[in-house]
Design a protein around this ligand. Structure first.
Ligand code: SF4
Length: 935
């Protein structure tokens, strides 16, 4: 009998990127286990990861390039060769590039190669590129970067070994799966308390010691109440605020003038503070200064100014944030809010950690110890997916910072390459787009004021199709993918010629207004031509979106291709180590498919894109593997940090090493370098960290990172809205900018509920990702669909009783946007005003190689049909996207509904759609695996 070969690569059954050992025998996967040496999972493998076998042998895998022959959405295709497919794509894309590159919209879903895809789009010259962040969790990333140069998940992690109190906000099994499970188990072993704030008590929230079943969209109000309590009690780390934040910086108080609300600065632009000993106003960086946090001062020119902290005290000691005042809206009783505030203070200050670990700050001051405030937070989608998510997340960060718990022992810890504040981030590009030219920089970045918006010469019209970086969504650092199809269909701000998407199931679970989106994709104009003329789509599986493509470029599975889990992209570092990883083909494809990234480079070469062809016009990279090894984003810095240079000793910097991938494979598929001990905490102000980061190519030079409690760029947008400055927003957006882009975060109600009659729609409705599945990939997996083949709508007991609903009944759920009929179950462990269900279980009949009568198609459903990509009409004739007004984040969780029992038991969910023809060979009656090894 033949033996197993163990091949170590990176899991892709969710976004955590755990290390896996794939046991292969006779060219087939025998089983998968966790890689014990891997920094992310240390040997732990979840159910999804084990079920990667069934992803590999899924009947839904596309088998070769396809050209549409039926109508859009029908799913009828003819097979074509790769040559024909690539020639067709090149002709479509080439025509656009030669005329108007804006007419290409290139958007990718949950892929992990955005440093490549973004670079490709930049070389193509279209301004219309982003990945899925705009409908995922851009609020988290943006609020974090603007506040302290980091964020949750990929940018940082709790100090699991030292924290004494852990709080989760809005976290289901999304994004951070095995690492959170590992962390929670360590907390349990140490007896550390976890408090979970979430409307639904499942998963991590179910094993937490304390569950706060908050009303959706009110987390910011709850956190502001905690801040109110801490300020009231004087339980704030004043020394930390003075040393590491802009709390002492003076803010000009000059109402009605162009400088009102900006920082007072000296002639060199340095922010000013008031020394509490001398009373002098001096630059914040003055050696030996002891700035005051209180009281307004008069500047030398006679203007008044007050420290940021004074403004914070005024804002958050407001009676409206008192626990008694917020209790009704949040559903959290005042004494509970007070108790949690007291617990936070107790953990931070009474359980202070003192590590005898000398370090030197960026001002040259030597410290003999590292002081820890052992309170750690983690937050995700439940915070992010609201139209007030940016400011809510800012409030969470303010709370962390006031407790002194960012990058200290026991607190939140940065993961390399972070921290990376706005000053070290790029600005957005795109307005320079013109025929046959690349853009001058990356699409996505962090504006510092209106001057960085991507607007047409009129200063108003968005340059981008999704209207990112416009007055409608100024800080949209990840774009607004959820608006791409709707805007292309409305030709607002313009129509496009080619929609090119990768791994984004926009015709189903990745779109708001799913029914409407399907219609838009298939809609024709007065000439009978498709309104979106050409659609190119790449995926490994026959998702619902495939049926809407004109040209399908079939991707490989994650076990059949190369990938770089890159520090240039979405890294997997740990707080104590710089890490990156690869995927490599542990199996050969048995179909006529190609890795999308290799196909993209091939297209780039055929189009002659700069950087993708050599001086003779020949393809510069053979494939993605060749690119991973040889591409240099700047001299010596490429996709992978490990084993660089001729002698393979370079880390982060060094010439390309032809043996690099072999070195990764020999090391288990990843690279890790531990951070020097002196640089392990206080990275935002730690000289040893700065030296390490520069040496490893993470940044070009030391970057000062003063935490921004008060975000001045937001104030600059407000000033524009008040009429100051050359660039002026259109009048209809002035109030929106003024009210939502506040430099200190404030809570405001989710936008949708301000536009509807709440008596008509008294309930909230949200989705959560189950532990066993990750979006649509998992719910066609033969093993995982046995766990979740259908989903019910969970209804709080009181609401169910009121509506006369029992388990197994069916109900109509109605929102301002639509109506669905679904099966229900009663549930006690949920906020009393909230309905919820698992995400992305429902499937369209015929898709994913499932039979049309599969439970996913008859009893599985999406809430998406209830959610508009536009807000309810305001009567002004304008299209207002259902997004956070700061970042453009899709506000999935703002949904309001009512529920009624369905008169007749439904055999199927509504809406129910016509069956799509399957573009893949008919599946076997039973999907089996492993018989060949069963003796
Ligand atoms: S947590 Fe995600 S990446 Fe890790 S094993 Fe599970 S599915 Fe794979």
């Amino acid at each position: 009998m033949s033996e197993d070969t163990v091949r170590k690569t990176t899991c892709y059954m969710c976004a955590c990127r755990c290390g896996i050992d794939v046991h292969v025998r006779d060219g087939k996967v025998r089983y998968i286990e966790g890689n014990r040496d891997h920094p992310v999972n240390r040997g732990v493998l979840c159910a999804k990861g084990s079920a990667g076998i069934m992803q590999q042998y899924s009947p839904a895998r596309l088998t070769g390039p396809l050209k549409r022959v039926g109508a859009r959405g029908e799913g009828k295709f003819e097979p074509i060769s790769w040559d024909e497919a690539l020639e067709l794509a090149t002709s479509w894309l080439g025509e656009v590039r030669h005329t108007d590159p804006r007419k290409l919209a290139f958007f990718t879903g949950r892929d992990q190669s955005q440093s490549l895809t973004g670079w490709w789009a930049q070389q193509f010259g279209t301004p219309n590129f982003a990945a899925h962040g705009g409908f995922c969790s851009v609020n988290m990333a943006t609020a974090g970067i603007y506040t302290f140069g980091g964020a949750f998940w990929e940018f940082g992690a709790p100090d699991w070994e030292r924290t004494e109190l852990f709080m989760l906000f809005g976290v289901a099994e999304d994004h951070d799966s095995n690492p959170i499970k590992l962390g929670l188990s360590r907390l349990k072993a140490r007896g550390v308390k976890t408090i979970a704030v979430n409307p639904v008590r499942t998963g991590y929230n179910a094993v937490a010691d304390d569950w706060v079943g908050i009303t959706p969209g009110t987390d910011g109000l709850f956190v502001a109440s905690l801040i109110h309590e801490l300020l009231h009690a004087g339980r704030v780390d004043v020394d930390y605020l003075i040393r590491y934040t802009n709390a002492p910086w003076l803010v000009i108080d000059n109402p009605g003038e162009a400088d009102h609300g900006l920082f007072a600065r000296d002639d060199d632009g340095q922010p000013l503070v008031c020394d509490r000993t001398s009373g002098d106003v001096v630059p914040a960086a003055t050696p030996g200064v002891r700035p005051t946090l209180k009281n307004a001062v008069t500047l030398a020119d006679g203007r008044r100014a007050a420290p940021v902290f004074e403004l914070m005290a005024h804002a958050y000691l407001d009676a409206g944030y008192a626990p008694a005042a917020t209790a009704e809206a949040t559903g959290v009783a005042a004494d509970r809010t007070k108790a949690i505030a007291a617990q936070l203070a107790e953990a931070a200050f009474e359980k202070e950690i003192v590590l005898k670990r000398p370090w030197t700050d960026m001002k040259g001051e030597r410290h003999e110890t590292m002081i820890g405030r052992p309170v750690a937070f983690h937050a995700m989608r439940g915070i992010s997916a609201h139209s007030n998510g940016f400011q809510t997340c800012r409030l969470i960060h303010l709370l962390q910072i006031m407790l002194g718990s960012i990058d200290v022992p026991g607190g939140y810890r940065f993961k390399p390459p972070y921290p990376r504040p706005v000053a070290a981030q790029p600005r957005p590009h795109g307005k320079e787009s013109c025929a046959d030219s690349p853009l001058s920089g990356p699409h996505l970045g962090f504006p510092e004021g209106p001057q960085d918006l991507q607007l047409a010469p009129d200063g108003v019209t968005p340059v981008r199709l999704d209207k990112a970086f416009s007055w409608e969504a100024p800080l949209s650092a990840h774009g607004l993918m959820h608006m791409v199809i709707a805007n292309a269909h409305a030709r607002d701000p313009y129509g496009i010629d080619v929609l090119f998407m990768y791994m984004a199931n926009m015709a189903w679970n990745s779109s708001m207004n799913t029914s409407g989106t399907m219609k838009m994709l298939a809609d024709t104009d007065e000439n009978g031509e498709y309104v979106i003329p050409k659609i190119i789509y790449s995926d490994a599986y026959s998702s619902e979106m495939v049926a809407y493509a004109d040209l399908v470029l079939p991707d490989t599975t994650y076990l059949e291709r190369h990938d770089a889990i890159s520090l240039l992209d979405r890294p997997i570092s740990e707080p104590e180590a710089l890490c990156d990883a690869i995927r490599w083909p542990v199996l050969e494809p048995d179909r006529d498919v190609r890795g999308f990234q290799s196909v993209l480079l091939d297209l780039g070469a055929r189009l002659g894109l700069p950087g993708m062809v050599d001086d003779d016009g020949q393809a510069k990279y053979r494939d993605y593997a060749d690119y991973i090894v040889n591409h240099e984003r700047k001299p010596g810095v490429g996709p992978l940090a490990g084993w660089r240079g001729e002698d393979a000793t370079g880390v982060g910097r060094g010439s390309p090493n032809p043996e690099q991938l072999e070195r990764y494979i020999a090391n288990g598929g990843f690279f890790r370098e531990h951070i020097p001990e002196e640089a392990l905490y206080y990275k935002h102000a730690n000289q040893a960290w700065q030296d390490f980061a520069v040496a490893r190519g993470l940044q070009d030079k030391p970057v000062e990172n003063v935490f921004q409690l008060y975000v001045e760029p937001l104030r600059k947008f407000q000033l524009a809205a008040e009429g100051f400055g050359e660039l002026q927003p259109p009048d209809h957006l002035r109030a929106r900018l003024r009210d939502h882009l506040t430099p200190l975060p404030r809570w405001y109600p989710p936008l949708e509920e301000t536009l509807i009659d709440q008596a008509d729609y008294p309930l909230h409705a949200i989705t959560q990702r189950p532990a066993a599945m990750y979006h649509s990939w998992g719910s066609q997996n033969a093993w995982l669909r046995q766990i979740h083949g259908e989903n019910a709508l969970y209804v709080p007991e009181d609401i169910a009783a009121e509506a006369g609903l029992q388990d197994g009944d069916w109900a109509w759920v109605t929102s301002p946007h639509g109506r669905i009929r679904v099966p229900v179950k009663r549930m006690a462990a949920v906020n009393g005003r909230t309905l919820w269900t698992w995400n992305a279980i429902g499937k369209r009949p015929g898709a994913w190689s499932l039979s049309p009568g599969a439970p996913e198609a008859t009893k599985g459903f999406l809430l998406n049909h209830l959610i508009g990509e536009l807000l309810p009409p305001r009567g002004d004739g304008r299209r207002w996207s259902n997004s956070d007004p700061v970042t453009g984040q899709a506000a999935w969780f703002d949904l309001r509904v009512r529920i009624e029992k369905a008169d007749t038991g439904g055999a199927t969910v509504e809406p129910h759609f016509p069956t799509q023809a399957s573009p893949v060979p008919p599946p076997p009656k039973n999907v089996t695996w492993g018989k060949e090894w069963s003796g």
